[in-house]
Ligand binder design. Sequence first.
Ligand code: ATP
Ligand code: MG
Length: 359
Amino acid sequence: MKVLSLTHKDYRNLLPDTFVPDEGVNVICGENAQGKTNLLEALWLFTGGRSFRGVRDKELVCRGKEQAKLTLSFFRDDRPQNAEIVLSGGRRTASYNGIALKSPGQLVGRVCGVIFSPEHIALVREGPAGRRAFLDSALCQLRPGYAKLLNRYQHTLSQRNALLKDIPRHVELVDTLPIWDEKLVQDGAKVVSQRKAYLELLREFAGQRYRGLSRGREVLSLSYTESAPDLREALRQGRRQDIQFGFTGSGPHRDDFSILLDGEPARTFASQGQKRSIVLALKLAEAAVLEARTGEKPIVLLDDVLSELDAGRQEYLLNHLLDYQVFITCCEPGQALRLRGGKLFSVAGGRVQPFSGTP
Ligand code: ATP
Ligand code: MG
């Protein structure tokens, strides 16, 4: 898919305007705190996800204004389409081709994209929660049914946890635990199998992309690690402990995937640039899987990726995104010199303009 234009009004610090990108690569450069990431974030909201910076919707409206409005016009399935998001009073509403959606989450899968932001380095550096979130959000875009399944699992989990907390005071409640265990086992198995199948697809592409980025010097491998391969048994055995802690100790909500570089855990072994390259490889692979499955190329949003990548890695990255519509931010227009074709924009004080002058 390709974005044709983004009209934004009172979104963060961006001055109301219509942004008309190139079909290929768009480089958005400017000094710190001018609005580059805000522009990417506004585009990202249309994928139906939350802000990748993990803030509340209230923060997205320009300070002092009542509401923000974003309109995206794009080309997908061989025809122009549009979507609109209104943020007001801490709430978000959305419409698609002029029809109001019941929830903004229904935008998921209609506008597809992948995002890389410097914070995503946490995928490699931090604990399993971010890695699970990565798999889950990728799967939600890929398979609309997955979001429902995951919600149901999480709902069951919180019901079971609430019950665990009540049991010490009402011992008879322990008899109802098996009902929740069974639900958890059923949906948990589906969650795990979808995640595993997805990681299987991702692994191939990520390995290739990483090989390219590192010019064949290092090998990236990924594998899913289950907290409990036999969840029914684990729940039975962990029951006493679960009651003690008031929390379910095993299940897909405790799973992870391991990231190895040349057989060593990347978290402790990889350099800064290698960690960045791993995250990029994962994101590029996510885009490749989306494309392979939906037949549409997702838009690729890259916030501040060029720093910390050596010239070879930058070259590989830009060359491998030639067929995608890419939005890439950087501080120095000079960083974009490696680009062939595409459009250069500058952002200053919330105003986005085609770049004039020599980079
Ligand atoms: P950097 O190079 O440092 O990443 P950036 O150009 O990506 O900078 P943004 O994250 O887009 O910067 O933020 C630009 C400005 O927007 C910041 O100075 C921030 O204070 C401001 N800002 C954020 N939210 C709002 C809001 N709700 N209303 C008004 N301004 C906001
Ligand atoms: Mg930024």
